[in-house]
Ligand binder design. Structure first.
Ligand code: FES
Length: 108
């Protein structure tokens, strides 16, 4: 079982019994609006997740993520949800301030 908990979306829990899956696909399959300006191609960083726990449960950094880390647009605690796959266990994540939608209500 794979699980994503989104802390600042009222601790929303997403549970998947399917296999390894990109984080953004699990989020979208559960009808949660999540920014993805470049169409999930690893070109924009608007889909980034702040990972509070479970970083080791994600797939290794992709070339696109290494690129954005190299130009300081991704920190050690952040991943691109269109690149990172949840491979086991669970992750606790947050939506970044700059990527929040005005039509959605977020918690602390
Ligand atoms: S949607 Fe643009 S980098 Fe992920």
């Amino acid at each position: 079982m794979l699980k994503i908990i989104i802390q600042n979306l009222f601790q929303k829990e997403i549970i998947s019994l399917a296999g390894v899956c990109k984080v953004i696909d699990l989020i979208h399959e559960n009808h949660i609006d999540w920014m993805h300006a470049c169409g999930k191609k690893g070109r924009c960083t608007t889909c980034k997740i702040i990972v509070l726990d479970g970083m080791d449960n994600l797939s290794p950094l992709t070339d696109r993520e290494e690129y954005f880390k190299g130009i300081d647009r991704l920190t050690n605690h952040e991943r691109l949800s269109c690149q990172a796959k949840l491979v086991k266990g669970e992750i606790l994540i947050r939506v970044a301030e700059e990527n929040k939608f005005s039509h959605m209500v977020y918690s602390e």
